[in-house]
Design a protein around this ligand. Structure first.
Ligand code: ZN
Length: 202
């Protein structure tokens, strides 16, 4: 098996990312490194390449992160960028009142990563490993698959109130996301890639 799934990170015309702490390239590297350390199985069967493109997206309506993501998707529909990459992660410096990220959760029957209109994720500040979190949603990563390895170190997919992926139903009351995938998230994502390999850049 060779090839890789591809993610591109872009910003917006209105609120371009201004390198607060991490540049977009550093964020792209972080997303790729973490994925290749934990989602890839060592046989290059699930490899990811994440890059940055200078292309800028236009978002007019920012009522909430979901609306912003849908606006970005509409804009990208008229470009060729979303056809080249499996996921487009749009990041900017806008500050939302509520959630700062949104992505459609891919599943067997409703794919996201690798599709024209739903393989698009949006987020603002990079706190709580939001970039990794939103990208993982498009590959089928689920919230109710948090895990705890130590005090308040939860998986990339963890959210307050979510259930642990193993059966004891422990919930997380904090959103402190360790930059790590737990087993359940790894399984979700690998099975998404296996199911949709024909749509992804493999
Ligand atoms: Zn989420």
């Amino acid at each position: 098996m060779s090839g890789y799934t591809s993610v591109v990170v872009v910003t917006t015309e209105e609120h371009p990312w201004e390198n607060k702490g991490n540049s977009l390239s550093e964020i792209a590297n972080r997303v790729e490194d973490r994925w290749n350390a934990e989602i890839d199985n060592g046989d290059n069967e699930f490899t990811m390449r994440a890059t940055v493109d200078d292309y800028k997206v236009d978002i007019n309506d920012r009522t909430d992160a979901e609306t912003a993501k849908n606006e970005a998707a509409g804009y990208l529909e008229n470009s060729n960028i979303s056809m080249v990459y499996d996921v487009v992660l749009v990041m900017d410096d806008y500050s939302h009142d509520a959630a700062n990220g949104y992505a459609f959760v891919g599943s067997e029957n409703n794919p996201a990563a690798g599709t024209y209109d739903r393989g698009i994720a949006y987020c603002t500040k990079g706190d709580y490993h939001l970039a990794e979190h939103e990208v993982s949603h498009t590959y089928g990563g689920l919230h109710d698959h948090h895990d705890e390895w130590g005090s308040y170190h939860y998986t990339i997919m963890g959210n307050p109130g979510d259930k642990q992926c193993f059966e004891d139903n422990t919930t997380s009351s904090f959103r402190v996301r360790n930059n790590q995938y737990n087993n359940c998230a790894q399984q979700n994502i690998r099975s998404y890639v296996n199911e949709h390999r024909d749509k992804l850049n493999y």
